[in-house]
Design a protein around this ligand. Structure first.
Ligand SMILES: Nc1ncnc2c1ncn2[C@@H]1O[C@H](COP(=O)(O)OP(=O)(O)OP(=O)(O)O)[C@@H](O)[C@H]1O
Length: 364
């Protein structure tokens, strides 16, 4: 028997219009109990608007919100029992870490001994047990954000809404806090709904990712599934690097002909969508050869090296292929720094090969 998935919160046909501008267009999304769901999309795609509607700070122009089947669309924010963490920490500067976290409980009239016990426990969860007496200005940015997370979790919300909570931190601190967030999520078991425009962060943290573009929900699935099978070129390119070839023609069986220079015949799996397609391959699935590869069932195209960039643990080659469209295509591929192609001149031929099952046909 399959696992029964419990939907904790359902947004049905949510729209938000500001005058004639459509910030959200008919978005339906279900949040599953206990998951780490990330809303990912470019700036202005509607992620924060949806989070604010779920929190109750913004009214939708259309649609409704159901929590465990109960309509909460018009319920005020303070009655929703959702925690919120923003990019700015908004801590009280004159209060200690302990009092900042205890504040939410004092407002809810939790008695002093229960308050002490709950604040101590949640400060331990976020790793700040030894800092409870400090003021916010005595903490690093990452520690202040952990206070904000503790404050949002201490009243045991059913759902934690996090809007770009790591974006003000430097790269190292950000990566540390990503690991912390995953651990905290696992430890407390609360449902997390997280907004970011950082693709790697979304892939690393989430149990599911919802991709937004221009106010529409384009795809929602596990990180692995979206990465391997994006529904269109926008999603594929937004979620990681992708080499894309224009298509000349396509046969029913997934065999396609590329380009007008020697016309390589390639095979691909289709990821659905109608209309014009492109052939897309993730760079890590491509192999770079300095001699024609031994004939196999792999796809093979020829090209020349345009540029090479040394990154220490790898070298990125930019390769112009003779297939794609009339001017050819530029392909980026990473190889070990000692790859034999490192010594080749710019006109020397190279070959790229990849397994057909790793090329996908995407709606352009
Ligand atoms: N109060 C408002 N009045 C008019 N337009 C608004 C208002 N709030 C948001 N918008 C517009 O709605 C669109 C979606 O905004 P939103 O903040 O949800 O995007 P986002 O995906 O969270 O972007 P970012 O990553 O930059 O925060 C934007 O074009 C924004 O300018």
């Amino acid at each position: 028997m399959g696992t029964l998935i419990k939907n904790q919160l359902c947004a049905e046909g949510i729209a938000k219009r500001y005058g004639s501008f459509v910030a959200l267009d008919d978005v339906s999304i279900s949040v599953r109990a206990g998951e780490f769901l990330t809303l990912l999309g470019p700036s202005g795609s509607g992620k924060t608007t949806l989070l604010m509607i779920l929190a109750g700070f913004v009214d939708p122009s259309a649609g409704r919100l159901l929590e465990d089947g109960v309509d909460i669309t018009r319920r005020p924010p303070e009655k929703r029992n959702f925690g919120m963490v923003f990019q700015g920490y908004a801590l009280f500067p004159h209060m200690s870490v302990f009092d900042n976290v205890a504040f939410a409980l004092r407002v809810r009239k939790v008695d002093a001994s229960a308050r002490r016990e709950r604040v101590t426990r949640i400060l331990d969860v976020v790793g700040l047990g030894a800092h409870s007496h400090k003021r916010p200005h005595q903490l690093s940015g990452g520690q202040q954000q952990r206070v904000a997370i503790a404050r949002a979790l201490v009243f045991e919300p059913e759902l934690l809404l996090l809007d770009e909570p790591l974006s003000a931190l430097d790269k190292n601190m950000r990566e540390q806090l990503q690991v912390e967030l995953r651990r905290i999520h696992r430890q407390v078991g609360t449902t997390f709904m997280f907004v970011t425009h950082d693709q790697e962060e979304a892939l690393a943290l989430s149990t599911r990712i919802a991709i937004f573009d221009k106010g529409e929900l384009v795809q929602i699935d596990t990180p692995e599934q979206i990465y391997a099978c994006p529904v269109n070129r926008f999603v594929g390119e937004f979620l990681g690097k992708m080499n894309v070839f224009a298509l000349d023609s396509q046969r029913e069986d997934g065999e396609i002909t590329l380009g007008n220079c020697g016309a390589a015949v390639l095979r691909a799996k289709s990821c659905g969508g109608c209309g014009p397609k492109v052939l897309a391959v993730r760079p890590e699935h491509m192999k770079l050869h300095v001699r024609p590869p031994i004939p196999s069932t792999d796809n093979v195209v020829m090209g020349t090296i345009v540029e090479r960039m040394f990154h220490g643990s790898r070298t990125t080659f930019s390769i112009r292929t003779s297939v794609g469209n009339s001017t050819g295509c530029n392909v980026l591929i990473d190889a070990p720094p000692d790859h034999p192609a490192r010594t080749l001149g710019s006109t020397a031929p190279v070959w790229l090969s990849w397994c057909p099952s790793n090329s996908i046909l995407l709606a352009a």
